[in-house]
Design a protein around this ligand. Structure first.
Ligand SMILES: [Mg+2]
Length: 163
């Protein structure tokens, strides 16, 4: 049975044209880490909370820079509207400040939101969302766009749709 839906944001509901090359260059200067990719692995290696905050602040700047250039990802938005009546969560690698602005601009409503400030681990984000929505993995559908999303859904035991 389907009782709740969890959405990814970038590449699923919306497309965010973030300038990652500029952002990674700034991350390198700040952290001394030469190869930032894969980003999420690099993030988990940053143990200093002040450095991590600065990294997240730079990331937020790059997100806010492109707020007016964000476009709708049609397939994901159709699913959002299809499941509008069900309890919904958002799991995203974007930041809280960015998500607040995006939610207002695109009129997106969620019962729970987990951002990079909560955790950058997609599986952990799904578990947090399932708990918050008071549902079970089997009764939850996760909609994402990456292999990483599908792996996290499988690890958690959720249903999954890739857009
Ligand atoms: Mg995505």
């Amino acid at each position: 049975m389907l009782k709740a839906v969890i959405f990814d944001l970038d590449g699923t509901l919306l497309d965010l044209p973030i300038n990652y090359s500029t952002m990674y260059k700034k991350f390198s200067e700040l952290t001394g880490i030469h190869e930032i990719r894969p980003l999420l692995k690099t993030i988990t290696q940053i143990k200093n909370p002040q450095i991590l905050k600065q990294v997240f602040d730079i990331w937020t700047e790059h997100e806010l820079d492109i707020i007016d250039k964000i476009t709708i990802h049609k397939e994901g938005m159709l699913l959002y509207n299809q499941y509008i009546e069900l309890p919904k969560a958002l799991v995203t690698m974007q930041g809280k400040e960015t998500i607040t602005k995006i939610r207002q601009k695109f009129n997106l409503q969620f019962d729970a939101i987990f951002t990079r400030e909560n955790t950058c681990d997609r599986t952990e984000q799904l578990k947090l969302a399932i708990t918050k929505l008071n549902t079970t993995p089997q009764d939850t559908l996760f909609i994402g766009n990456m292999d990483n999303d599908e792996n996290a859904a499988n690890q958690t035991g959720c249903q999954f749709i890739k857009v």
